[in-house]
Design a protein around this ligand. Sequence first.
Ligand code: GLC
Ligand code: CA
Length: 566
Amino acid sequence: MTHVTTLLCLFMKPEKESHNLEHHWTRSAVVYQIYPRSFKDSNGDGIGDLRGIIQKLDYLNDGTERSLGINAIWINPIYPSPMKDFGYDVSDYYSIDPLFGTMADFETLVSYAHARTIKILMDFVPNHTSSQHPWFLESRSSRMNKKRDWYIWRDPKPDGNPPNNWLSVFGGPAWTFDATTGQYYLHSFLKDQPDLNWRTIEVREEMEHVLRFWLQKGVDGFRTDSISYLIKDDGFRDDPPNPNYIAGRSNPYDALLHIYSQGRPELLSAANTLCKVLDAYPHAFMVSEAYLGIPKMVELYRACDNNLHAPFNFNLITLPWNGESFKTFIDEFDAHLRPDDCPNYVFGNHDRSRVATRLGQKRARIAAVLQCTLRGMPFIYYGEEIGMEDLPVKEETGLDPWGKNVPGFNLGRDPERTPMQWDDTLHAGFSTSTPWLPLANNFRTINVARESLNPRSMLTLYRTLIHIRTHTPALLNGSYHSLPLQGGKDIFSFIRIYKKEGILIMINFSDTSHVVSFSEDVLRGFLNTGCRVLCNTECNDAKKYMNIDTLTLRPYEAYVLALPSK
Ligand code: GLC
Ligand code: CA
């Protein structure tokens, strides 16, 4: 971007009033997460790459109802990396790893995606670099090095032990001794991923520079990795023991309550630093990775003042599966948000067991309905749209360092990272040679080619839902109102309202049928007869009309209906 355009952007700062954001792309975005190693291999080395993504852009959105219809992509890290944590160990923030392609390929991807009105979100990894990053090589070379303070170095305890009891998420202590300079360095994740020191101003400035570099390349925003780890307690106090931890029963990392090693209050100012950079680019958006409850999520929303930043909301992943707990959580979350906040309800990603494995195929369809009809941005992890399932991988033979370092707790993430299942040919159309991770063995039945032909497949459901969402103002910008639970705790229903348009979503969370009825006095000025079916989980009722004064919802059935206004 030229200097003049940068200046122009500064003058075009986004306004805070809702009427301006209503047409911001984030308000109609459906984000598709691509784990690039596993999406599509274009050169036959068994590893997915940027040209592979370009080849599949039509699948993602060709402008017609036949394609998936997403309009934003978040790509997991594609920077040069020793790949100890498959790209989350970055050794250069300003280029592309040759495994994935070249900077020219990346620029082509951005321009081809934009031509299809698909936005691009980069993964941004500010908490740690690779131990092979030149900054760390400098930092570790001597205590006097000018980059010494870019990382977190502390003296051993008098007995030679690590400076405190902090643990690494990926197993063992968070400190590794470095004999060259006789100090320990901190790593919240692998020892190959030393934590940057966010209390050092040059580190913040460099990271701001990284953001600007990619924004000027035309990207539309970022997914910020591990944001709650950015700032640690400045007194380096020990984390207290977790009273609920039972040794041997759960992940050893859970032995402590991580109140000093992460989630510090100063984190909000670090988030604000990042948002300030984005302020100069009115189209840009940032979503931050932090596993938080409602009060802390709200603090992160408030950390930035332009409403173009959101924390991920991962709470639905672990909520008990019943209508009541979903209603209670969503009501409370929605009540805490301001109209301009951009919520999200995540069901899966590259760190979590696949939705269809965790919940089963039927409930995965309900997750699809919730994603596409609740307020805010859906995030769809590649393969969820065809109901891909985990590949059972033995920890000893797996590739993910987490599973290998902490065996016995099922922490390895290989199962949810298997190659995309495009068709039933050799290697599932992903590659012409053996993929880097084995394919899930059900690829001959669960694949894009086959599901494209099936009017009731998961893929058809996703395409329909995304299409409806994109063309229904009430689903994009409408307010959210839940209705009283029905069928005991089993039936959760809500209405989205925008101007005179009302959309009712009713969901049976249970494996039993329920008779339900919606009287007009709860329908906020809409009728309970002649409601048009936009979609149902079985994909067999679309375009019909139904009365909802009484009706039967079959097991795990959900409906999306347009309500006539009075
Ligand atoms: C985040 C990423 C995860 C990665 C970790 C360390 O949690 O989602 O995949 O291993 O950060 O960067
Ligand atoms: Ca490749």
